[in-house]
Design a protein around this ligand. Sequence first.
Ligand SMILES: CC1(C)CN=C(N2CCN(c3ncnc4sc(CC(F)F)cc34)CC2)S1
Length: 489
Amino acid sequence: MAGFRDSDKALFPIKNINGILQLFRHQLENAREPDLALLSIVAGIVESKLTSRSAAALQLCEPIEPNSLPVLEIHDVQVLYEKFHSIMKSNIDPNKSNSPATRDLVKRVSDVIWNSLTRSYYKDKAHLQSLYSYLTGSKLDCFGVAFAVVAGCQALGYNDVHLALSEDHAWVVFGEHGTETAEVTWHGKGNEDKRGQEIGKGVSSRSWLYVNNKPVVCTRKMEVAALVSAINPSLNATHDAYEVSLLQQELLWLLYDLGHLKKYPMAIGNLGDLEEISPKEGKVPCKVLFEEAIYSARNYYNNQHVYPYTYQGGYFYRNKMYKEAFESWANASDVIRLYNYSRDDEEIYKEFLEIANELIPHIMKVESSGFSASSILKKPECFANLLRFYDGICQWEEGSATPVLHIGWAKPLVNTISKFDSDVRAQVNIICDKLEEDKMSKKNGTYFNNNNYASLNQTNLKEKDLTNFHPSIEALTAACSEKILNPEY
Ligand SMILES: CC1(C)CN=C(N2CCN(c3ncnc4sc(CC(F)F)cc34)CC2)S1
């Protein structure tokens, strides 16, 4: 059993970030499993005190000395900790027989959380992810409900209930072999919640939202990584509370050094984003962290996750490494191409839309103003990666009930492709032999992640060679060459 131990209590009152670190380290390094309720309440109190309006006002008038926190008294924590335990135990009998959870139990814990939430509130607001928010404001976001269910099950003595995470949803696994699954929270706007049901085997299982049944299935320590990843330092739309960011970064390094981020690509990516902003002495650089996140997704999740590539692509883009960004985004597109787009996939749709219609056009604009020989417009591998990027989105649409592309995509697409001269395009040799093409197809449902775009220093790209691309790419490329050949076209 977890629990608020005397050795934890000895660390209070906590006056600075180091004190929080000690509490998390103590919870993570001791034999018994870390207490999710305790750590979520502590993280939530600190986040709330440092990002609330009063905190912002305070910052403006008298900046408190660096790394200091408002003093965290044990009483503040204990009251909330006991409240959470009593909510759980007054509704559900603790697991005296130490048996695995049942679907009915999981559903009842989810109902206790669900029915105690405020009737209606803005679900996407910041700072609604922790048990502090639940216990003091009766508000939780989608992730927060799933986390609270797992923390509730732990409080009741069900240590087989664990958090399962996709890139935009969360649910639980449970049972003797940890193979039972259950929805415990809602997803998106206006969708009926499916709480209590097992994770879809139907069409929804082909949507990105369920990552082809390759979710991050957490251990208790990875659940601590999830609550740390969910710490939100934002003070307002434009500023972050420095101390909260620093605390999150230090806690992620603690978890990284203890090896608990190995199978958690998004947490590694979050650490990479924080490191890019303020690198910590003696640590692996953010560029390596983004590579490690990709390695983790390839190694443990059969390369079915998109975000590791968009973390890396975003890094390259911000650092004007545009050729590398195109490669990352093309790799992201190679992941999405084998999914069917469903209406639950809005988040990743928005991600690809921003890359295609904002980021790439911006790169084209700044690159076409200069005429340097090193310009990406002279590099066939850039053209090839852009085609791979667009082709992946086209293939994502193929076989999907919901269309992906619309006219808004075409203009930036044609604009981008037509920036490459025919002599550069001619150096791209696309080889998709029949067998390979079948492998890459969705029809047989398997996924061979070998790169079908052979070496680029071949000559003679004939229009007919493009026939292996999605028809719209072929049409657009033909249109481009038309345009380039006959400027008045
Ligand atoms: C490359 C990006 C656009 C940058 N941030 C990204 N994030 C993706 C989502 N983030 C996450 N970071 C750690 N764990 C999780 S679990 C989850 C799904 C939710 F429903 F539980 C989301 C998420 C953090 C931020 S992707």
